[in-house]
Write a protein that binds this ligand. Structure first.
Ligand SMILES: *Cc1c(COP(=O)(O)O)cnc(C)c1O
Length: 389
């Protein structure tokens, strides 16, 4: 098929939930993607923060292929080695106690929300089911996850939403304290609101939220679906904020491109879910877990230090560009406020110039593969400058 045939078939046969860019991706290697016509693009998207080792990384292919030819799936009624290996790497490196594996970010948050409600209603009192999230947050597309999402534009069409969710102003510790009562089972937040425009929370606010949770026996849930797995230069972004969550959710980067997500549970929460309470057929699939094991092994402390350095370099270079007003975010998760041109138009112009970038609200968002080189960053920056001009 050629690219026009593919675009036509897509329009005819696929539900148009995505406003796709005008590019048919064909293959990729490292930080480069190639379309059907062989045109090369520098990748500053990594999917949407998914391909943390870039396209078709050799070590990742070896790990995943080896598992694929050994055992592609077995139900969760049996044990497998890749699942426990991935779980052990996560618990060892975070000090969290146990993991539940699902297949996506929304499902990871569902697991967290269900756990919080069980914790509240069983350990506190029957009516302790309220979950406080933040305005401008994004937690996914399932019914519970869009309810948790604190943005009005997601709260259309699909009524009725779940009850028992309240939304607090970002960085308003007083409001949070007022909202948290004896019916509250959890407070849930992203450390950097990704879809919300790459908005970093104030450390003081995050600390106050965590302290409030400890004081009132409320679970502190951190959604690290976008910020986690090395994206910000730490394994998880909460490490920058000096807090210890009760539940951490993750997805995007962990499989290196395969669908896997999950929730990490701490001391208070690791034994809340019991047989029969929750589950998923595919969760913790051995091939996806083999991808996760490779990703987690590669993202060691040296690797993370490199991500921080590359992030600082990219941020500094971006700030030298006259049309760039501001750069938010940490590590290789950056939001760029641009002047004189709409972010959506910048993304399209960058794409025709050979650079893949994203938007986040009215900003340009950059989530390059964590393995990107300085030369590739420079190459992408040059195209970005042209797109802004
Ligand atoms: C992407 C994202 C989700 C949803 O993940 P899916 O895999 O699309 O379900 C949830 N939370 C945050 C912070 C995200 O960025």
């Amino acid at each position: 098929m050629n690219s026009n045939e593919i675009k036509t078939l897509d329009k005819e046969n696929i539900v148009s939930t995505y406003a796709r860019y005008d590019m048919v991706a064909d293959h990729g290697k490292g930080s480069y993607c190639f379309d059907m016509d062989g045109k090369k693009y520098v990748d500053f998207t990594a999917g949407i923060g998914v391909n943390c080792l870039g396209f078709c990384d050799d070590g990742w292919i070896r790990a995943v292929s080896a598992q694929l030819s050994k055992l592609q799936h077995v139900s969760n009624l049996f044990y497998t080695e890749p699942q426990v290996t991935a779980a052990k790497l996560l618990t060892e490196r975070t000090g969290m106690r146990k993991v539940f594996f699902g297949n996506s970010g929304a499902e990871a948050n569902e697991a967290a929300i269900k756990t919080a409600r069980k914790y509240g209603t069983v350990k506190k009192k029957e009516t302790a089911n309220k979950i406080i999230t933040l305005k401008n947050s994004f937690h996914g597309r399932t019914m519970a996850a869009i309810t948790a999402t604190g943005q009005d534009n997601y709260h259309k069409f699909f009524t009725p939403f779940l009850s028992g969710f309240e939304y607090c102003e970002v960085n308003n510790a007083d409001e949070l304290r007022d909202m948290a009562d004896d019916t509250t089972c959890a407070i849930m937040m992203e450390m950097i609101q990704g879809e919300g425009g790459v908005v970093s929370l104030d450390a003081e606010f995050v600390k106050a939220a965590a302290a409030l949770c400890t004081e009132k026996d409320i679970l502190f849930i951190v959604d690290e679906v976008q910020t986690g797995i090395g994206r910000t230069g730490k394994l998880f972004a909460y490490e920058y904020f000096g807090v210890k969550p009760d539940i951490v959710t993750f997805a995007k980067g962990i499989g290196g491109g395969l669908p896997i997500g999950g929730a990490l549970f701490g001391e208070k929460t690791c034994d809340v879910l019991e047989p029969g309470n929750h589950g998923t057929t595919y969760g913790g699939n051995p091939v996806a877990c083999a991808g996760a094991v490779e990703v987690l092994k590669r993202i060691d402390e040296d690797f993370l230090a490199q991500v921080r350095k590359k992030g600082e370099y990219l941020k500094a270079k971006l700030l030298e560009i006259p049309q760039v007003k501001d750069v938010s975010g940490i590590g290789l998760m950056l939001g760029v406020a641009v002047e004189g041109k709409d972010a959506g138009k910048v993304v399209k112009d960058a794409l025709s110039g050979g650079l893949m970038i994203l938007t986040a609200k009215d900003k340009v968002r950059m989530l390059p593969p964590l393995t990107i080189t300085y030369e590739e960053l420079d190459e992408g920056l040059a195209i970005f400058k042209n797109a802004l001009a």
